[in-house]
Design a protein around this ligand. Structure first.
Ligand code: GDP
Ligand code: MG
Length: 163
């Protein structure tokens, strides 16, 4: 089985940076795969001999009228729909925001496995930076630095352990 791992999170937490890292050195984009949602970025990842599909949800960028909160909830539900597993990225330097809580609520209601990735914590103590994020109610968070590659393998191994 080749699981589809969807990256979700509010804007600017590092989804695209993680996507690029996970798909680096392969033929990253499979954008012309038929039937795939257009505002998504699809790529191939692999850890050891295990391949998976990665989806960058592209954030929750400007949407007219409805407001970003509504749009986030909508896109999160849509992302969950096409996911075998979800990586929920939060910013370890900012802490939990109201937008994070909205996404977390949606994810808790889904039956998909979710892994919380606490990003941007390069060089910081894992236990310290993840402590606050247990409150999201989505299990043991993993500290990562998408930009520097720290913790990324640990994260993906956790995600793929569900399959
Ligand atoms: P997205 O909106 O969720 O796709 O976020 P991006 O991947 O575009 O990243 C948003 C910003 O956070 C960019 O300026 C990145 O360089 C920065 N960023 C992403 N990952 C890390 C990280 O691990 N450490 C630090 N310090 N900055 C990061
Ligand atoms: Mg992005």
């Amino acid at each position: 089985m080749k699981p589809t791992v969807v990256l979700v999170g509010r804007p600017n937490v590092g989804k695209s940076t993680l996507f690029n890292r996970l798909t680096k050195t392969r033929d990253a984009l499979v954008a012309d795969l038929p039937g795939l949602t257009r505002d998504r970025h699809y790529g191939h990842g692999r850890v050891g001999s295990r391949p998976y599909l990665v989806v960058d949800t592209g954030g929750f960028e400007p949407v007219v009228d409805e407001g970003i909160m509504f749009e986030m909830a909508r896109q999160t539900l849509q992302a969950i729909d096409e996911a075998d597993a979800v990586v929920f990225i939060v910013d370890g330097r900012v802490g939990i925001t109201p937008q994070d809580k909205i996404i977390a609520n949606r994810l808790r209601q889904s039956d998909r496995p979710v892994c919380v990735a606490v990003n941007k914590v390069e060089g910081m103590n894992e236990n310290v930076v993840t402590a606050d994020f247990h409150e999201l109610g989505l299990g043991e968070p993993v500290a990562i630095s998408a930009a520097h590659g720290e913790g990324v393998r640990h994260l993906i191994n956790d995600v793929l352990a569900h399959f």
